[in-house]
Ligand binder design. Structure first.
Ligand SMILES: [Zn+2]
Ligand SMILES: [Zn+2]
Length: 284
């Protein structure tokens, strides 16, 4: 398996439109790895796309992806679904008549299936794609595993139980990919030893380089979202051979160069991890 980070930004990508902070200016001038598109990941081997951020067209076009054999959605949030029209752009064949059954399979975990019916019109939009023969949809019930190209993929709920992480298992390798929302999560005892863990970075109440306070102490978001410190605790508990953090918010005000320094500082403290950047390819 290979993991390709298509977009490593968070709810607000970098550069943020109309923001002229030094992080966004640098991202505009230099592009990747300083710029970060919305959150999407591709796994080579099973050839699956996880989530469709609004930047997904650009992200796929600049990637090494040659085919998609399955699409997974982790949860309903807009930063993870709003590029869903790409499914039509990939599959539509206006000229063929009668229409051929499409082959783009979309897999949706049980709670996400429910939430899509209530939120952002996603179910309605996917139903339109189905009617037009662009996609097929498949609900994955909790506890079920789907196998795509001989890779077993098991979605499971995080503590924020409308959000799923995915365990990929193939040829003795175990890969965990959690796209977002680790708040309150503790790794369950049933998780196997991990070769790779991909996790969202978490918020920084204090700027990681300057020590400046970024989020007021009593801000409710600190109860609702996992912080970077809490993420490090999860990293220690998981003990994956390799840990890669993604979903890096513009509001953290950290450039690619800052994160390289932070990786080194953490290493000195005995914490081995790295930060993802757009287009990064990791072979397992
Ligand atoms: Zn997100
Ligand atoms: Zn900015």
């Amino acid at each position: 398996m290979k993991i390709e980070f298509l977009g490593t930004g968070g709810a607000i990508p970098t550069p943020r439109p109309l923001c002229f902070c030094h992080i966004c200016k640098e991202a505009r001038e230099k592009g990747v790895p300083y710029s970060r598109g919305g959150p999407s990941v591709y796994v080579h081997g099973p050839n699956v796309l996880i989530d469709t951020s609004e930047d997904i067209y650009t992200e796929i076009n600049r990637s090494t992806i040659t085919s998609i054999d399955g699409v997974l959605f982790s949860h309903w949030h807009p930063d993870h679904v709003m590029g869903r029209r790409v499914l039509e752009s990939i599959s539509a064949d206006w000229k063929r008549y009668p229409p051929q059954p499409n082959t783009l399979d979309v897999f949706i975990p049980e709670q996400v299936w429910c939430d899509f019916q209530e939120r952002l019109g996603t179910f309605d939009h996917l139903s339109f794609f189905k009617e037009q023969h662009f996609i097929s949809t498949h609900e994955i019930k909790d506890g079920d595993t789907v196998t795509i190209n001989d890779v077993a993929i098991t979605p499971f709920r995080l503590a924020e139980d409308y959000v799923y992480a995915f365990l990929f298992q193939s040829q003795g390798k175990n890969v965990l990919i959690a796209m977002d929302e680790l708040n309150g999560w503790e790794p369950p005892a049933w998780l196997p030893a991990l070769d790779v863990a991909v996790l969202p970075k978490g918020l920084d109440p204090i700027h990681l380089s300057t020590g400046e306070r970024m989020i007021p102490d009593h801000h409710p978001v600190l109860q609702e979202e996992c912080t970077f410190e809490q993420t490090l605790e999860i990293v220690r508990n998981l003990q994956a051979k390799q840990t890669i953090l993604t979903h890096i918010e513009e509001e953290d005000k950290l450039s690619y160069d800052d994160l390289v320094v932070i990786e080194e500082q953490l290493k000195e403290k005995g914490i081995e991890l790295s930060f993802a950047y757009d287009t990064r390819l990791v072979t397992i």
